[in-house]
Design a protein around this ligand. Structure first.
Ligand code: ZN
Length: 392
């Protein structure tokens, strides 16, 4: 965070480097792929004058922002929202009140549940354990197919919330005999300050932290957070920047940087890609994506290919055909990924874990019921190979 007495003009100039990411370098209409398909960026916009006049009980000053005493720029995510007094950020949870940036989501979760860890999904991270899961309203993306739009596309003031400050979250998790906390459902990056303090408190009590996110976060806040994050599931929504812009209102490159940073900081990683028909089902794109994963991160992190169902603003599309998912899974395996799962396809053989060396079935899954058939102490019982993951 930096604050100084710059004039508005100097301040704008000083932000020029970072502000580059605000502007879309692509024309509003262009042609995509082989079919001529018009598209445009659906990136969210700052809400002018939509902020409250004064902080409320669940306000916390932002951890990463610049201010010239009047205007502020949030620096947590690549949206880098520039807010004049009274403005609200794209993610709806940050506001400029009197020249300071406040989060309105602190200690104010709108969803609190205990889930099986497999639901995140995390398949190679302390399987069969339960995880205390929280979310606060808001998202820095605008995905047409959002599954949680009732909390992600809402202001913190507009959803039913419970009061749960960081210490209380950790106490509640321990009270439920749960040894890990997930920041999930909506978009964890938008309640960064709340997540950061909770994760720090959790670690001090020996409780693990899991980040479930679109990965659209700047490197500096992410690196700070990595000190307290043990596992992450990052949604890699496609491997095409233009699709990121027109389907999600985001950009690809920052998400790739996030994956590299988590890997470099020793966070256990699983990647999820929702296979949206006509957007995210091109085998060539999946091939390129897997090549990137193998080269930059390695072969050992699981990839979850999820079946799409018509949701929110994308009800015109059919569910992903199972055959498409199976074909893409083969592409990913051929590129060298060791563990490629199909999600939202109950009973499919690709929900199980196979040893990458001998090919034997080692973990069987039916819904959230998990059975270790051929694994002991993190190794395949048939051939003795170590299986990547955190097995406890
Ligand atoms: Zn084996």
């Amino acid at each position: 965070m930096s604050r100084n007495g710059l004039t508005r003009k100097e301040f704008l100039k000083s932000l020029a480097l970072g502000a580059g990411s605000i502007f879309c370098p692509f024309p509003a209409v262009a042609f995509w792929g082989k079919k001529e398909r018009p598209w445009k960026s659906i990136k969210g916009k700052v809400f002018k004058g939509d902020g409250p006049k004064r902080p409320w009980k669940w306000s916390k000053e932002g951890l990463y922002y610049a201010s010239n005493g009047r205007d502020v720029q949030c620096q947590v995510c690549p949206n880098r929202c520039y807010l004049e007094p009274g403005d609200r950020s794209i993610c709806r949870s940050k506001v400029n009140i009197g020249g300071k940036l406040y989060s309105l989501a602190y200690g104010n979760p709108c969803a609190v549940h205990v889930d099986p860890i497999e639901k995140k999904p995390l398949f190679h991270f302390y399987p069969t354990t339960s995880i205390f899961s929280i979310a606060a309203a808001g998202c820095n993306f605008r995905c047409l197919n959002c599954q949680n739009w009732e909390i992600s596309q809402k202001r913190p003031e507009d959803v039913r919330s419970v009061e749960l400050f960081p210490e209380q979250v950790v106490r509640a998790a321990l009270g439920a005999r749960v040894n890990s906390i997930a920041y999930t459902y909506s978009e964890a990056v938008t309640y960064y300050e709340y997540m950061f303090d909770t994760a720090k408190e959790a670690h001090s009590k020996g409780v693990r932290n899991v980040l479930v996110s679109n990965g659209f976060i700047n490197k500096r806040p992410l690196k700070e957070l990595c000190q307290y994050i043990d596992g992450a599931n990052i949604n890699l929504k496609s491997f095409d920047d233009r699709i990121y812009q027109c389907l999600n209102g985001g950009r690809l490159q920052p998400v790739l940087e996030t994956l590299k940073t988590l890997h470099a900081n020793g966070v256990w990683l699983e990647i999820t890609t929702l296979v949206v028909p006509t957007y995210v089902d091109d085998p060539e794109m999946i091939k390129e994506m897997c090549r990137w994963i193998v080269k930059e991160l390695g072969q050992h992190y699981p990839l979850h290919l999820l079946r799409f169902f018509p949701r929110y603003k994308l009800t015109r599309l059919p569910p992903t055909p199972i055959k498409t998912l199976e074909q893409l899974r083969q592409v990913a395996l051929k590129e060298g990924l060791h563990h490629v799962y199909l999600g939202n396809v109950p009973g499919h053989e690709a929900s199980h874990t196979y040893c990458p060396k001998c090919g034997k079935l080692i973990i069987k899954r039916a819904g959230y019921f998990v059975e270790a058939l051929g694994m002991e102490a993190g190794r395949c019982s048939f051939c003795g190979s170590a299986i990547s993951g955190r097995w406890g």
